[in-house]
Design a protein around this ligand. Structure first.
Ligand code: ATP
Ligand code: MG
Length: 233
């Protein structure tokens, strides 16, 4: 279980997260929703050690993650797919994928994981020699996800994967998220597409101004109530 307790974090003198607590159950999909600027990405950055935590603790199966450098996160089987589908534009699709398995302990499994990626994302196999910079937005998002999976992480953290995708690509994306969940992975999904996110999730957190304002099992969430809270200020 991933546990965030009483966390404060931000950027220098600007604090963004205010005593934020949440827990993520293993093998479940937890979605974090909230308006622009609510602090969702900041929370993910704090979990991944990209920004310091000034108060509180973040633990994975009881072991503290605070202070662990981001480049060691793959050793505890965590991977993040950041906002904005960052890919290496001047490298091919396959080279991008291999970058996801750069660390020594993952190199051995790279060929098998590459094959798994191509099974899950057949479009990427078709385009494996193409430069990543020439992919469509949706294809680049698929590539970013597939690269995140190359280290075969138990915990996968995904920030706004559906942003800017056409409806068919959004459908494909949520289908893939459902499959990743069936694989038994623990997934943290940040989304603005509340309807779809709640549909695929087991648990829902709503964030506002750096705090959690709702924590509920996805099966109990009323979308109307959620939207009222979402737009409340
Ligand atoms: N590098 C930074 N330096 C200073 N302030 C930042 C930085 N990044 C984010 N912020 C501020 O922190 C607050 C929370 O931003 P964050 O990116 O976490 O929001 P978000 O919930 O992910 O929003 P969005 O849905 O737009 O991605 C915002 O007020 C933002 O301006
Ligand atoms: Mg964000």
């Amino acid at each position: 279980m991933l546990e965030v307790q009483n966390v404060r974090a931000g950027y220098g003198a600007i604090n963004v997260l205010w005593d934020l607590s949440l827990s993520v159950q293993p093998g479940k999909l937890t979605t974090i929703i909230g308006q622009n600027g609510a602090g969702k990405t900041t929370l993910l950055r704090a979990i991944m050690g990209l920004i310091p935590v000034s108060q509180g603790s973040i633990t994975l199966d009881g072991k503290p993650l605070n202070g662990m450098p981001t480049w060691d996160m793959n050793l505890v089987s965590m991977a993040m797919i950041p906002e904005g589908r960052m890919v290496f534009r001047d490298m091919t699709v396959e080279e991008n994928l291999m970058m996801g398995a750069f660390s020594p302990q993952h190199r051995a499994g790279a060929a098998a994981n590459l094959e798994k990626s191509y099974v899950m994302f057949p479009r990427l196999r078709e385009r494996r020699k193409q430069l990543a910079g020439s992919l469509s937005g949706g294809e680049a998002q698929m590539l970013a996800m597939a690269r995140g999976l190359m280290s075969d992480p138990k915990v996968l953290i995904i920030d706004e994967p559906s942003l800017g995708l056409a409806p068919v690509m959004v459908n494909e994306l949520f289908e893939i998220l459902g499959r990743l969940k069936q694989d038994g992975r623990t997934i943290i999904l940040v989304e603005q597409n509340t309807h779809r996110a709640v549909g695929v999730a087991d648990h829902v957190y709503l964030m506002q101004s750096g705090k959690v304002v709702l924590s509920q099992a996805a099966s109990e969430v009323s979308l109307d109530h959620l939207h009222d809270l979402y737009f409340a200020r």
